[in-house]
Write a protein that binds this ligand. Structure first.
Ligand SMILES: [Zn+2]
Length: 276
């Protein structure tokens, strides 16, 4: 099957499933093509940082909680279940924001995706726009833990980071208020954090983890699919909890585009005045 046929088949399956009985996680993810949630590109050289950015000007806004969308700023308070604390022994990363802020377009995607979840499920959003000071603190801490491996997971403070656009998000899914088993906590770095890590699963627990990972990726693509676009967001190979808009540098890189539309939100003056 070609990639185009596979995409068309997945879109049809999502539409039919939502129309008939809602977007249930269990039996849907297993039938979706895993190839489409994985980015084949090589991320190790960070070549996307060379892509030109023509800032689109979409403003950064505060992401409000709703019945289906819960926010918890993980660098403000690392104690929530499902989070791997980066600074052990400290609850807060210096410079962290109390609230979650994202670009307006990403807020729309998150709200629509959350509304598609069945009754007992919610989206839990843990990070969006990230101030430079927080990026630096996270990088330095992880560098002492991981050595050079850190470059696979976190942008160095002197380079441009996806979260500085406000168009990237870290999130997971709650079932009855608790994070579902995604095979690790958010920010738990290493092979298990890789998006494809459970794709060869045989054991029922591992198959369930694989399906949750696929489901999270597909859930965020679904608002675009229902509007007859293919995708608003892309995942990345090394962190199963991270997605970003297709028009960031990383997103544009995965789509083989030559120009990105989401640049540094702070430097472009797109942050709200009352941010805290
Ligand atoms: Zn992230």
């Amino acid at each position: 099957m070609s990639n185009g046929e596979s995409q068309a088949g997945s879109k049809r399956l999502i539409r039919e499933t939502i129309q008939s009985r809602g977007f249930f996680p269990s039996d849907l993810a297993a039938h979706l093509s895993p190839a489409e949630v994985m980015q084949p590109n090589d991320f190790s050289e960070r070549v996307w940082t060379r892509l030109r950015v023509e800032e689109c000007g979409d403003p950064v806004i505060r992401l409000n909680d709703s019945k289906k969308l819960i926010t918890h700023s993980m660098y403000w308070d690392q104690r929530r279940e499902g989070i791997e604390p980066i600074l052990v022994g400290t609850d807060r990363i210096e410079g962290a924001l109390e609230r979650i802020y994202v670009r307006k377009k990403l807020a729309d995607v998150l709200e629509k995706a959350a509304s598609l979840l069945p009754d007992e499920y919610q989206l839990l959003v843990l990070d969006g726009f990230r101030p430079e000071q927080v990026q630096r603190n996270i990088f330095e801490k992880l560098q002492t833990l991981l050595g050079d491996e850190v470059f696979k997971y976190v942008s160095p403070p002197d380079q441009f980071a996806s979260h500085a656009t406000g168009a990237a998000v870290d999130l997971t899914i709650l079932q009855s208020g608790k994070p579902v088993d995604m095979g690790g906590k958010v920010d738990e770095m290493g092979k298990r954090a890789h998006l494809h890590c459970f794709e060869g699963a045989k054991d029922p627990v591992d198959i369930s983890i694989r399906d949750w990972r696929r489901y999270l990726q597909w859930l965020l693509k679904t608002p675009a699919i229902l509007n007859d676009n293919y995708s608003d967001v892309v995942g990345i190979p090394t962190e199963t909890w991270h997605l970003e808009l297709v028009d960031t540098q990383v997103g544009a890189f995965t789509q083989n585009r030559s120009v990105a539309r989401y640049g540094n939100a702070s430097k472009n003056g797109l942050l709200p005045a009352d941010m805290h």
